[in-house]
Design a protein around this ligand. Sequence first.
Ligand code: GLN
Length: 310
Amino acid sequence: MSKGITREILEDWLKNVRPYARDGKVADYIPALAKQNPDDLAVAICDLDGDSVSAGNEVCCFTLQSISKVLSLALALMDHGEEYVFERVGMEPSGDPFHSIYRLETHNPSRPLNPMINAGALAVTNMIHGITPDEKVGRLLSFIHEMTDDRSITYNTEVASSEYESAHLNRSLCYYMKQHGVIKGSVEETLDAYTKQCAIEVNIRQLARIGAIFANEGKDLDSGRRILPMHLARICKTFMVTCGMYDASGEFAIKVGIPAKSGVSGAVVGTVNGYGGIAVYGPALDGKGNSVVGLKLLELLSNRYDLSIF
Ligand code: GLN
């Protein structure tokens, strides 16, 4: 394993950061997420040969939430190419909370600033090829199956419907974008696909492997087969740097310096070229929706093993 990191070392790091979970709060605006246990922590590192090491609760699955935005973006880019996608969704960080509607109204033309905030991700999901929401989500799942080499990965139906029923803000973002021609077709179907996409469940090693495939410029770790074109993997990683941690992306770039994406389940995936993928799970979130334990652990790991890309 890269840099000689062992399970014992990771267990030790987890022990050090565990107390930070008390500073955060499990997301409850999606009612089903409120059931997560703030003490369930896990970390995994996967190198470019596909070898991984992990610690903490390794069997526990968690939902991808906003981490899915990187994967849906990759799929939409493969479906349509850059020109089409970026005519409809911008490339600039917003500096606002992930669910903010504010810039949609003040920004001209009225299109979401980037694909990592909810407005942009909803527009991206709307673009993915597929006639029905299940067809879109099925294609995203196949992409994830390819990356993880696990065909059993699916979405958590309880989390998906819990979010679908309570997604009033995301609904309003969609209706606003529908009014301005950014979203085509049915808003409810877009929300159905988006909430299922966010509810896709993985374990910590699978998430680290996804990070490692981005670090491997889109190639499978075992066979070397290309899963994602290199330039699209780069685009996704760049968004992870500029917008991946929502309105904490600047501070994260300075303190950690790893392209990363977080989700309100408390998961974070990082990707370091030439090194591999790092996944951290700790459901207690800070005020910006990032895992407090995740941030701390990534900061410690990055500093200790000199993983900053800058
Ligand atoms: N499903 C969540 C939402 O749209 C994802 C947000 C997140 O992980 N930041 O609110």
